[in-house]
Write a protein that binds this ligand. Structure first.
Ligand code: IPM
Ligand code: MG
Length: 352
């Protein structure tokens, strides 16, 4: 029996090409660090709708639950845009987050040295090592609250329990302890009751982390501060919807959305790892997608779910090295070797 069982949800668009590269790199890391991996595949998103009629078949949930971790490519595309809301590929993504209890979404926004010029923000504002970790609550709030429609109105509800806020706050404080011990909790406590409970609860949890410097910021101010002075942030913890918005903003500060990884954690070993970018249907099948965000998601998986921190570091170092001379078209700069999705995977393996 293999040491780890990984379920692959390749999904739609460029999903299959990028996941294939991530598997290649994981196999190489396994060889180098002496562990074994066994894979299983399951359907999620548009491909699942085509094959079974629903975006998240029961079999997919069962396979994911029976594995040590899940690697996801991306879901969605214009083909399924006219599906009703609860049968869209995105509903599959929300469904799997809920079904696996993936309440903590870690979205690091880091600049890889050689890519600094790709950021639209001025060099002096970014500094030399921008590294922000956004911790987004992922299974509560307005995404999962009660909603409905009347004849000429509709509503969605933002609701958080103390227990939900407490557990995400602990994830964020624990991460801050391993980093620069600075945590910013983002809310809209000047308007929303749920945000006032959020803030009170985060303050309560902070008593267990006296070494972490905690501050609170309204979400509108945070959106502004992220481009004004991103260096002030270390870890940011926030609700589902605010985290969705702020993590897109933070990803752009880092330059290329094609580079950023994410982890969705359940509190146990099982996690789901995916690039933060989408399925890019316009370039699917052309072999030009950037697989690095998915490869870096594998590094996060090795760190947070499989307890192989050395393998994680080795992959991250290999990616940095390869980027010095090689680029997929989305991050191409003059003088570099322009490489395909597949070649990028091979280069990272060779460097490993
Ligand atoms: C994300 C995406 C999803 C979200 C969509 C596709 C449902 O934007 O993972 O950030 O809003 O959570
Ligand atoms: Mg989003």
């Amino acid at each position: 029996m293999a040491d780890y069982k990984i379920t692959l949800l390749k999904g739609d668009g460029i999903g299959p090409e990028i996941v294939n590269q991530a598997v290649k790199v994981l196999d190489k890391a396994a060889e180098k660090f002496n562990f074994t991996v066994e894979y299983d595949e399951a359907l999620l998103g548009g491909c699942a709708i085509d094959a079974t009629g629903v975006p998240l078949p029961d079999e997919t949930v069962a396979k994911c639950k029976a594995s040590d971790s899940v690697i996801l490519g991306a879901v969605g595309g214009p083909k399924w845009d006219n599906q009703p809301g609860n049968n869209r590929p995105e509903a599959g993504l929300l469904g799997i987050r809920g079904a696996l209890g993936l309440f903590a979404n870690l979205r690091p926004s880091v600049i890889f040295g050689p890519l600094k010029s790709a950021s639209p923000i001025k060099d002096e504002i970014i500094g030399d090592n921008m590294d922000i970790m956004i911790v987004r609550e992922l299974t509560g709030g307005i995404y999962f609250g009660e909603r409905g429609r009347g004849d000429d109105f509709a509503w969605d509800t933002e609701k958080y329990s103390v227990a939900e806020v407490e557990r995400i706050a602990r994830v964020a404080f624990d991460l801050a302890m391993k980093r620069n011990k600075k945590l910013t909790s983002v809310d809209k406590a000047n308007v929303l009751e749920s945000s006032r409970l959020w803030r009170e609860t985060v303050i309560k949890v902070s008593k267990d982390y006296p070494e972490v410097e905690l501050n609170h910021m309204y979400v509108d101010n945070c959106a502004m501060q992220l481009v004004r002075n991103p260096k002030q942030f270390d870890v940011i913890v926030t609700s589902n919807i605010f985290g969705d918005i702020l993590s897109d903003e933070a990803s752009m500060i880092a330059g290329s959305i094609g580079m950023l990884a994410s982890a969705s954690l359940s509190g146990g070993k099982l996690g789901l790892y995916e690039p933060i970018h989408g399925s890019a249907p316009d370039i699917a099948g052309k072999g030009i997608a950037n697989p690095l965000a998915t490869i870096l998601s594998v590094a996060m998986m090795l760190r947070y779910s499989l307890n192989q921190p050395e393998a994680a570091e080795a992959i991250e170092a290999a990616v940095s090295k390869v980027l010095l001379n090689n680029r997929t078209p989305d991050i191409y700069e003059d003088g570099m070797n322009k490489v395909s999705c597949d070649q990028m995977g091979d280069l990272v393996c060779a460097e490993l």
